[in-house]
Structures are given as structure tokens and as C-alpha cells.
Design a protein around this ligand. Structure first.
Ligand SMILES: Nc1ncnc2c1ncn2[C@@H]1O[C@H](COP(=O)(O)OP(=O)(O)OP(=O)(O)O)[C@@H](O)[C@H]1O
Length: 240
């Protein structure tokens, strides 16, 4: 089957610095793919290119067979940015319903369901400006989920969440993938990597691993993913 996302020889420059160096990868449909790498390695930049909001120097990014940023994709991609993208002076419910109103065939009931899905049903009537950081992040996630996107791009969705909520969110991502949604999640947290079907490890704008977690462990001869990633990063440092 054609992959959900295909990135070919992608070069991106930001602030006159090259931050993605001819990066290529493909992301299968109906999977959870983790995007991991040190701070500043290019995770957000790659996600922005996939969503179609990043100016690229060269290369191509195709999503569901269409060029990233194409108009028909707008209703099919959910994007959770790292900084919550919600209105502080609206309640959680009003935010979700506002985003629902931007889509054809998405109802207030869908908005309310998305709020419940992220564990915010009890806070639905609260102003976003009065929420904790973790709650605000979940309100933003609810807005990204509202239209039940085919492709979901999540930039560090579990930052600031307690272990129980993180577990709930990961179960939800897995359930969405089981129903056919393609989920790309960036994270700094290694124990989350084992919950992914595939992992992309990026360092200084280049992919240094693109495989299933078990295959990465086997290939590096390590017992856990944290050790595997340190192994891969050190091996790269020796080469470069
Ligand atoms: N608006 C910008 N203008 C210029 N350079 C930028 C801009 N945003 C990011 N960069 C640079 O691009 C590189 C990649 O940044 P990016 O945000 O993609 O990394 P990241 O892996 O998502 O980091 P983090 O894990 O800290 O969010 C970094 O060197 C960063 O300094």
C-alpha cells in the first residue's frame, strides 16, 4: 500500500542555516511512528514540512498521495503544535466547538467527544486561560482531534502530563491507528518510543535510524531504546 507520508530528499533552511539535509523517509498508513531526537535536531521542522506550513529549499513531501500543503489535505490532517494553539478567553468546550465549526460535517457532539477523549470533560466549562499547562496542552489536542483526521501530526503531545494521562493518551493514539489513522508523534521520552510501530531518529537534520523498535534494539545489540539511541548517536559522531 502507498505510504501515508513520503518525504524525499528534503532540504530545509531556517535563518540561513540548513536544518534538514536531504532527508528521506516514508511513514506507513495506520501506524504510530515516533519522531525522536535531541532538541534542535529538526523534528518540528520536519512536521511543519509534512503539514505544509514550512518553506522548503528542495525535495518533496507527499501526504496521502498529494503534495504537502495541498488544499484537499487541510481537512484531513490534524496538527498539534508544541505551543498550545487555543484561545485563552474561550472555554475548553467553546474552543473545540469553534474548531469543529471550521469543518463540514463536524458537529458540536464531535467537539464534546474530543474534549472527553483527552480527559477534559470535567473542565469543559473552564476558560482555557485558567487551566494548568498540561490541561491547556490537552485542550489543544482536543482541537486537533475534532475532525477525526486521517493523518495526525503531534508535536510532543504528552509534555507536562502525569503518567496516568500519558498512558491514556498513548492508548488513544494506538486505538486511532488501529482504526486506520496515521499518527506521527515527536517525543523526548524514551519509554514512549517503545509504544510506536516505527521510530525515526533524527540528529542534526539527518535520519540516523528508521525502523521498528525491536529491529533497532537488535541492530544495536542493546537492551533498551535509550541505550540504542545513545549507541546510534555515538556511532554517528565517530563517522562525522
Ligand atoms: N523560526 C526559526 N528561525 C530560524 N531558525 C529556526 C527557527 N525555528 C527553528 N530554527 C532552527 O532550526 C533547527 C531545528 O529546529 P526544530 O524546532 O525543528 O527542532 P526540534 O528537534 O523540534 O527541537 P525541540 O525538540 O527543542 O522542539 C534548530 O537549529 C533551530 O534553532
Amino acid at each position: 500500500m502507498e505510504p501515508a507520508i513520503e518525504v524525499r530528499d528534503l532540504v530545509v533552511e531556517r535563518g540561513r542555516r540548513r536544518v534538514l539535509h536531504s532527508l528521506s523517509c516514508s511513514i506507513p498508513r495506520g501506524s504510530v511512528t515516533g519522531l525522536l531526537g535531541p532538541s534542535g535536531s529538526g523534528k518540528t521542522t520536519l512536521m511543519r514540512a509534512i503539514v505544509g506550513v514550512q518553506v522548503v529549499k528542495s525535495g518533496t513531501v507527499t501526504v496521502l498521495g498529494m503534495l504537502a500543503g495541498s488544499a484537499p489535505l487541510r481537512g484531513m490532517i490534524g496538527y498539534l503544535t508544541q505551543a498550545p494553539s487555543v484561545y485563552a478567553d474561550l472555554t475548553v468546550r467553546e474552543n473545540a466547538r469553534y474548531f469543529a465549526s471550521l469543518y463540514k460535517d463536524v458537529t458540536s457532539a464531535d467537539a464534546d467527544a474530543a474534549v472527553a477523549d483527552v480527559g477534559l470533560a470535567d473542565a469543559a466549562g473552564q476558560l482555557v486561560g485558567d487551566l494548568s499547562g498540561g490541561q491547556r496542552a490537552r485542550a489543544s489536542l482536543a482541537c486537533a482531534l475534532v475532525a477525526r483526521p486521517t493523518v495526525l501530526i503531534l508535536d510532543e503531545p504528552t509534555v507536562g502530563q502525569d503518567p496516568v494521562l500519558r498512558d491514556d493518551l498513548w492508548r488513544r493514539f494506538r486505538a486511532m491507528a488501529a482504526q486506520g489513522t496515521t499518527v506521527l508523534v515527536s517525543s523526548h521520552v524514551m519509554d514512549e518510543a517503545s509504544r510506536c510501530d516505527r521510530l525515526l531518529l533524527i540528529r542534526e537534520g539527518r535520519l540516523i535510524a528508521d525502523d521498528a523498535p525491536d529491529a533497532i534494539l537488535a541492530g544495536t545489540g542493546t537492551a533498551d531504546l535509550e541505550a540504542a539511541f545513545l549507541h546510534l548517536i555515538r556511532a554517528e559522531q565517530v563517522v562525522s
